[in-house]
Design a protein around this ligand. Structure first.
Ligand SMILES: *Cc1c(COP(=O)(O)O)cnc(C)c1O
Ligand code: SF4
Length: 378
C-alpha cells in the first residue's frame, strides 16, 4: 500500500470519531454522518489551528448542514446535462467526466453532495460508456476528469482512462480536477508524474481556498506536477468565514504563484442544500476582485464566476471600470479610482451595418425542492 493510501485509512470518518475527537453531541454526530460522508485525513486534520478556523469549517461537519433550507440538491442541473451517467456535457466542445465517487476529503460545501461518496451514482462501470460517448462526439476536444477526485483512482486505473482518451483523435487536451495537492499532497508521487507526462497535453486544476493550505508539502506536490510539464491552475470557492476577505485572498493568490500554481477561477458558492451557511453576498466577491486587480501581479488574478443556477454555465463578474460615456469618449477608472478618458474609435457607418443580434431568454429557475430529512439517501 502506498503512503497516501495508508493515510486515507487513518482518516476521521464516522460520527463516533466526531464524538471522541471533537466532543460532538452523539445524536448530532450521527445525524450529520447520515447526511453526508465524513473523511478528514491526518494531513489535512493537522492544518487545523483552532475550532471553527478556516480549515475546520471546510472539513468538520456543522449542525447548519441539517437546516431545512429548501435549496436544490443539484443546483447546476448537472443531471439533466448527463447523456450517460459519467458525463456532464454542458458546453459545446468540452465535457466533465466523472470517474470515481470517492474523495480524499469530503468538503462540507461540496456542490455534488448528492453524488460524491455514492458509488451507485458514480461508478467504474460507467467509465467505458463515458469513453465511448466522447469517442462518438467529435466536437469534444477537452475532457475534464472529475468526480469525486480522479486521483483517488490507482495509477493503474487512471492510466487506463487517460490512455483511452488519448487514443481518441479529436481529444486535444485532458484536464484533471483534483484536490489532492491541497488535501493529500502525498498522492503526487514521482510514479504518478512519470505516468501522466506520457499523455500530454495534460492540465491540472486544483482547489486551494486558504493560505494555511499552502504548506511545504503542498508546494512540493505542485512543483512536481509543474516539473512534469503540467500547468497547474487553482479553483477557489468564496466562503463565509474561510476566505471572504481581500487580505486573505491576496495572501492566497500570491502564495499560489510561488508554488507555480496559477489562480484560475474564484467561484461564488453554489446554492446547494446543506451548504447555505457558506454563501456570501456577490458584492463581497466583487470587492475582493477590486482589491486584487492592479494591487498585485496580473498572473495572480482569478476570474470571479457564478455558476448559473439551473445549468447555464459559468458567468464572469467584474467590478465596474467603465463609469460613463461622453460622446465618443469613454470614462474609465483605474485600480486607484483615478478617472481617465479614453477616446474611442468612431464606428464607421457602412452598409451592411454590423449588428450584433442579441437573444436573451430568461430561464425560469426550477422550483426548489423541499428538504425532507427522512428521504435523504446515503
Ligand atoms: C466548469 C465546467 C467546465 C469547464 O469550464 P472552463 O470554463 O472551460 O474551465 C466544463 N463543463 C462543465 C459542466 C463545467 O461545469
Ligand atoms: S473534493 Fe470536490 S467533489 Fe470531493 S467533496 Fe470536495 S468539493 Fe466535493
Amino acid at each position: 500500500m502506498e503512503l497516501w493510501q495508508e493515510m486515507l485509512r487513518q482518516s476521521v470518518d464516522s460520527g463516533k470519531d466526531l464524538v471522541e475527537r471533537f466532543d460532538f453531541d452523539p445524536e448530532l454526530a450521527e445525524r450529520l454522518n447520515k447526511l453526508f460522508h465524513i473523511r478528514i485525513n491526518p494531513y489535512y486534520l493537522s492544518l487545523i489551528r483552532y475550532p471553527n478556523d478556516p480549515i475546520w469549517l471546510q472539513c468538520i461537519p456543522n449542525g447548519k448542514e441539517l437546516d431545512e433550507d429548501g435549496l436544490p440538491e443539484d443546483p447546476l442541473a448537472e443531471d439533466s446535462h448527463s447523456p450517460v451517467p459519467s458525463i456532464v456535457h454542458r458546453y459545446p466542445d468540452r465535457v466533465l467526466f466523472l470517474t470515481t465517487s470517492q474523495c480524499s476529503m469530503y468538503c462540507r460545501f461540496c456542490t455534488r453532495k448528492r453524488k460524491v461518496g455514492d458509488s451507485t451514482k458514480i461508478n467504474m462501470k460507467y467509465i467505458q460508456d463515458g469513453i465511448d460517448y466522447i469517442a462518438a462526439h467529435s466536437e469534444v476536444r477537452d475532457v475534464i476528469l472529475s468526480g469525486g477526485d480522479p486521483l483517488m483512482l490507482t495509477d493503474f486505473m487512471l492510466e487506463k482512462i487517460v490512455s483511452g482518451l488519448r487514443a481518441i483523435p479529436h481529444v486535444e487536451i485532458i484536464r484533471l480536477g483534483t484536490k489532492m495537492p491541497c488535501v493529500l499532497p502525498q498522492r503526487i508521487t514521482p510514479k504518478l508524474c512519470k505516468m501522466l507526462r506520457k499523455y500530454h497535453p495534460i492540465y491540472v486544476n486544483t482547489h486551494f481556498n486558504h493560505p494555511w493550505e499552502c504548506t511545504p508539502e503542498a508546494k512540493k506536490a505542485c512543483e512536481m506536477l509543474a516539473d512534469a510539464g503540467i500547468p497547474v491552475g487553482n479553483q477557489a470557492v468564496l466562503m463565509k468565514g474561510v476566505n471572504d476577505n481581500p487580505d486573505v485572498m491576496l495572501e492566497l493568490v500570491r502564495k499560489l504563484l510561488t508554488m507555480r500554481v496559477r489562480p484560475y477561477y474564484l467561484y461564488q458558492a453554489d446554492i446547494t442544500k446543506g451548504a447555505n451557511h457558506f454563501r456570501t453576498p456577490v458584492s463581497v466577491g466583487l470587492d475582493i476582485m477590486d482589491k486584487l486587480r492592479g494591487h498585485t501581479s496580473g498572473l495572480a488574478i482569478p476570474h470571479f464566476v457564478i455558476d448559473a443556477p439551473g445549468g447555464g454555465g459559468k458567468i464572469p463578474l467584474l467590478p465596474q471600470y467603465v463609469i460613463g460615456k461622453n460622446g465618443s469618449q469613454i470614462i474609465l477608472r483605474n485600480y486607484k479610482y483615478d478617472i481617465y478618458t479614453y477616446p474611442d474609435v468612431e464606428e464607421e457607418v457602412a452598409a451592411p451595418t454590423r449588428t450584433v443580434e442579441r437573444k436573451y431568454t430568461r430561464k425560469k429557475s426550477r422550483p426548489a425542492k423541499v428538504y425532507e430529512p427522512d428521504k435523504v439517501q446515503v
